[in-house]
Write a protein that binds this ligand. Sequence first.
Ligand code: SF4
Length: 269
Amino acid sequence: MVGKNDNVGVAVSGGKDSMTLLYLLNKIFKPTKVKLTALAIDEGIKEYRDPNFKFVKDFCKKYGINLMTYSFKKEVGKTLDEIKKKDSETIPCTYCGVFRRNILNKKALELKLDKIATGHNLDDEAQAILMNQFRKNVRASVTMGPITGIEDDEKFVKRIKPLYFLTEKEVATFAFLNGIMDKFVECPNAVLGYRNAIRDWLNEFEKKYPGTKYNVVASFLSILPIVKEGYKRSENRKRIRYCIRCGSATSKEICQSCLLIERLGIKGH
Ligand code: SF4
């Protein structure tokens, strides 16, 4: 996942997964030539993000890790709390995920990073695999895996997921036992998302049939190379294009981030 001289960005939210990832990568790569930069995005979720952001800053200071911070307010013109008020029909995670991915990629390009590491664990992946299946989202499925993307593109920084095979429980236990964090706060919007329903359902299944989550991910990985090849040859394949508004890599004329900004009626972005 990481080359000898790589410049790696670590996307951190202040949650147990990303902070465990940052802790481990720092421990592994500190004595090497690999350069780490923590990337934190303040979405503007008042009671949740403010304490988490302080935690990230203190953590990076303690371990001497370079930290870059960004915000929805500055990058898209509104906080997520403001977006929620403006569009109460749409689940906030829809805006949050798209804007965060877009900002991360844009900033990683500016910082000339080779990779962006994220704290996705086995539970996250099993949920995403099922969500894509249930929604018949083939394109999203083919971009998944421990190293994301279908093909290389100069405007798209590769994502790596070093915690890919660790369950949420394992990561939480590690974080707790190693004193990385002692309390876990969940985003208040998490309960509203489609993912939450899948998560509860999958947890129930795992309790009854242990090994379910691992089997979902392992069977997906065993067919992923075939699905990727098939998709690359398919006539319906969407080629990488560049958004006519912001220049981001996208599969459409206008990227999803610009479409959502337009939907919110935000001027000047
Ligand atoms: Fe954003 Fe939704 Fe995650 Fe909250 S739960 S941080 S709104 S994606």
